[in-house]
Design a protein around this ligand. Structure first.
Ligand SMILES: Nc1nc2c(c(=O)[nH]1)N[C@H]1C(S)=C(S)[C@@H](COP(=O)(O)O)O[C@H]1N2
Ligand SMILES: [Mo]
Length: 282
């Protein structure tokens, strides 16, 4: 062993005893000062809390939430969205690991619905956009993608399930609905500058709705799904067509999609209006 090996590491230097004692005395004095200060600060915060609460309660609402709280939520949303890059891939699993998924959330799934008469209504983008309709047969004729991914609900449960459907990006590569120029998005990793910034989706009765940024919409695991665990989607799970985008929580995975809109304004989002993070990534 050479001498250098016996030196304390720069990460955790071992101070000589006298210095250590002095440091400890300092630390104790500091603690006493801090606790006095903490007492004053706590009192001040208490008062601020009381007046702050009145201020909050009287603050205007944004998306149904007091504006100052909405600001904190939006700030958190920006942080998590920057951290959980929405270009990474969610893990995929062997099909054999797929489980039955519970039925959760029935907003917009009322009984007044005829799946045979269903069409996907799309409001295209740009000045010349005309509304278009697609049947389930047209969607099934597009390239089919299968994936087995983990479905996570904000309530704290998750299930591995298999999905089949068409990538939203394959749909937009075939149909020119999301660009101002009216050209299809050929390369989803490089959407043209004239592409819409957002996609909004709603149930046919408009009771449930979600918004996605174009980057998430064009993600290779964002599917318009018509099959779950090897069977046609049931009505409970969103037949004829639902969204699956496994980088996000269940709240974004809208069942029974009735309409798609392409827009530059952030579309309304059912659970964001009720206080959840707009991006809902995990
Ligand atoms: N139309 C509609 N889609 C919805 C919901 C809903 O209430 N209505 N709930 C969401 C939530 S919170 C979850 S966890 C999933 C549950 O999907 P599942 O019933 O297929 O498990 O659907 C999502 N999509
Ligand atoms: Mo959920």
């Amino acid at each position: 062993m050479n001498e250098e090996n016996q030196l304390p590491s720069p990460a955790s230097p071992v101070p000589p005893q006298a210095e250590a004692d002095a440091a400890q005395a300092d630390a104790l004095r500091g603690a006493a000062q801090r606790s006095r200060r903490a007492f004053l600060v706590t009192g001040a915060l208490g008062a601020a809390g009381f007046f702050g609460w009145r201020w909050l309660a009287n603050a205007p609402a944004v998306d149904g939430i007091a504006a100052p709280l909405r600001k904190v939520l939006d700030f958190n949303a920006r942080l998590t969205n920057a951290y959980y890059k929405n270009t990474r891939l969610a893990p995929e699993f062997a099909k054999s690991r797929a489980q039955k998924i519970r039925f959760n959330g029935a907003v917009g799934l009322g009984a007044e619905f005829d799946p045979l008469a269903w069409r996907l209504h799309v409001q295209g983008y740009g000045p010349a956009a005309v509304p278009q309709q697609f049947s389930i047969a047209q969607l099934k004729a597009l390239p089919r993608t299968e994936m087995t991914t983990e479905f996570k609900c904000v309530e704290g449960w998750s299930t591995i399930v298999s999905w089949a459907g068409v990538r939203l990006s394959d749909f937009l590569a075939r149909y020119p609905l999301a660009t101002r120029s009216g050209r299809p998005i050929a390369d989803p990793s490089q959407p043209p500058p004239d592409a819409a910034r957002y996609v909004g989706m709603q149930t046919p009765d408009r009771a449930y709705y979600v918004g996605l940024e174009m980057e998430s919409a064009l993600h290779p695991q964002t599917l318009l799904c018509y099959e779950l665990n090897g069977e046609p989607l049931s009505l409970q799970h969103g037949a004829p067509l639902r969204l699956v985008t496994p980088l996000k929580y269940g709240i974004k995975q809208i069942k029974r999609i009735g309409t798609l809109v392409f827009t530059d304004e952030r579309p309304a989002d059912f659970w964001a209006e009720r206080g959840y993070d707009w991006h809902a990534g995990h």
